[in-house]
Design a protein around this ligand. Structure first.
Ligand SMILES: Cc1cc2nc3c(=O)[nH]c(=O)nc-3n(C[C@H](O)[C@H](O)[C@H](O)COP(=O)(O)OP(=O)(O)OC[C@H]3O[C@@H](n4cnc5c(N)ncnc54)[C@H](O)[C@@H]3O)c2cc1C
Length: 454
């Protein structure tokens, strides 16, 4: 039975994200139509080889790769609905990204040789995402992506990054002026210039997840919705996972719970991510005059250069604008109207012709921000048959496909070819864990100040 969606859910306090909860009220849910069939809640005790906890992009695509590439048929245990977490709530921006670090930060952290390896790896990973997208009806828009400088000083920083990409990595990005942005893509009125990246695919994320679901089941995976894992104990190398409908015994467990991971789930996962909320809005239908005045001539997706950045794109078939940003700090504050007002103010500033447009959809979700801004794909303890891919830090639409591919390889016994840092250490914890939220508030206040500077 479907239960009501609880907007105040908070992964730091609520032990599970629910049991059979309805989807968050995202535009993608309204647009995607009825979900394809799944295997329903666990309704008796089961003995399985591999259990995957969490049925978002990561869980679904891992089950797909395990079944299709390695003939291993996993069982997904999802607390609510297929892709109920971030995977039905994101902006659908399929970036060439590795967590939240910029490419020049790779060099600072690991040196130029490793940065080149990482870049090569992101391109290979993106191809995996692309091949899935090509097989699935998910409205792909493969026009690269744009980083918009929200002020003049940001233009300089983007130009430095662009030059680094071109000369060191051989990744041909380009800087364009405000006028070129307006003529070729979109009339964002606060833009001071922009960096154009050649790689990027925008998707309807829930349709993509539904495609993963259909393919995973076609190859033999089982997907149990309405099945939160409420307790996990391990006896004689067997994992015993308690769900409301029955106990699942598994030889191997893959954890794909991202920002919805409660610290009680398993000690190896406790406090490894900082759940941080992001939101998104979709406007009412935009009329032809407004479309012309806003210069909506491309479906390319954009992100601005603020610390608390806005990400947005024009949806041409629907004639709507999608736009989102960082949101409430706690679940309790999620319904505070000021979060939507921040988005309304951004629309007025970027697209004045839409100053009075209605917002038809507004929602939020918990991202898995790792403490070093880097994801991991790993078996964190070689004595325990537990694997995870997490810490995508707000960039998981495309990366989850690569993470799932690599995770399936690891579980099937193939070691990764490279000594890339995503494979070589588990997610770090945080020394100031009890006061992380206080730190987040202070940081957000500071970022807000920085974002107002010219
Ligand atoms: C508003 C917003 C916008 C975003 N925009 C973008 C974007 O444009 N581009 C981009 O690259 N990334 C974006 N992201 C991030 C991206 O959506 C995520 O990185 C990605 O969806 C993570 O997928 P996942 O499968 O790992 O986790 P999720 O999709 O979050 O799935 C985790 C699942 O685990 C389940 N779960 C948790 N605990 C249990 C339990 N105990 N038992 C059973 N099930 C459990 C949850 O119900 C949930 O369905 C955005 C995120 C948000 C919130």
């Amino acid at each position: 039975m479907e239960t009501a969606f609880k907007s105040t859910y908070d992964p730091l306090y609520d032990e599970t994200p629910g049991e059979g909860s309805a989807y968050s009220p995202s535009y993608w849910v309204a647009d995607a139509g009825r979900p394809p069939a799944n295997d329903g809640p666990v309704n008796s005790d089961m003995d399985v080889d591999i259990a995957i906890i969490g049925g978002g992009f990561t869980g679904l695509a891992t089950a797909l790769f395990l079944a299709r590439e390695h003939h291993i048929k996993a069982h997904i245990l999802e607390a609510n609905q297929v892709a109920w977490g971030c995977s039905s709530r994101n902006g659908g921006q399929g970036h060439l990204a590795w967590g939240r670090l910029s490419r020049s930060q790779w060099v600072k952290r690991w040196g130029t040789d490793m940065a080149k390896k990482i870049h090569k790896n992101t391109l290979e990973g993106f191809d995996i995402f692309k091949s899935l997208v090509n097989d699935i009806d998910c409205n792909p828009k493969g026009d690269g992506n744009i980083l918009v400088a929200h002020c003049h000083s940001a233009t300089r920083a983007l130009a430095t990054e662009s030059q680094f990409c071109n000369t060191v990595l051989g990744y041909q990005t380009k800087m364009i002026s405000k006028d070129e942005l307006h003529e070729q893509y979109i009339k964002d009125q606060e833009a001071a210039g922009a960096l154009v990246e050649p790689v990027g695919i925008g998707v309807q994320p829930l349709k993509l997840a539904f495609g993963y679901l259909k393919l995973a089941r076609k190859y033999g995976a089982r997907v149990h919705t309405g099945s939160p894992v409420t307790h996990w104990q391990t006896e004689n190398k067997t994992h015993i996972l308690t769900t409301p409908g029955g106990t699942v015994k598994a030889r191997t467990v893959i954890v794909a719970t991202a920002g919805y991971t409660h610290h009680s789930l398993h000690p190896l996962l406790a406090y490894k991510n900082m759940p941080i909320m992001a939101n998104s809005a979709v406007t009412g239908v935009i009329n032809d005059r407004q479309i012309t005045d806003c210069g909506f001539s491309s479906p390319v997706f954009l992100t601005d250069s603020r610390k608390l950045r806005f990400y947005y794109r024009y949806l041409p078939e629907e004639k709507r604008l999608q736009i989102g940003t960082r949101s409430a700090v706690t679940g309790k504050d999620n319904d505070n109207p000021r979060h939507l007002n921040i988005i309304r103010a951004a629309i007025r500033k970027k697209f004045p012709p839409l100053a009075d447009i209605g917002i038809d959809y507004f929602w939020s979700g918990w991202m898995d921000i790792s403490h070093d801004m880097m994801p991991r794909i790993i078996q964190p303890d070689k004595h325990q048959s537990i694997y995870y891919a997490q810490g995508y830090s707000g960039n998981g639409v495309s990366f989850s496909a690569y993470a799932a591919f690599s995770l399936a390889q690891l579980v099937a016994g193939k070691k990764p070819d490279d000594d890339l840092p995503i494979f070589t250490s588990p997610l770090p914890g945080h020394p100031l864990r009890p006061i992380r939220r206080m730190g987040q508030r202070l940081l957000f206040a500071y970022f807000n100040l920085l974002d107002r500077l010219p």
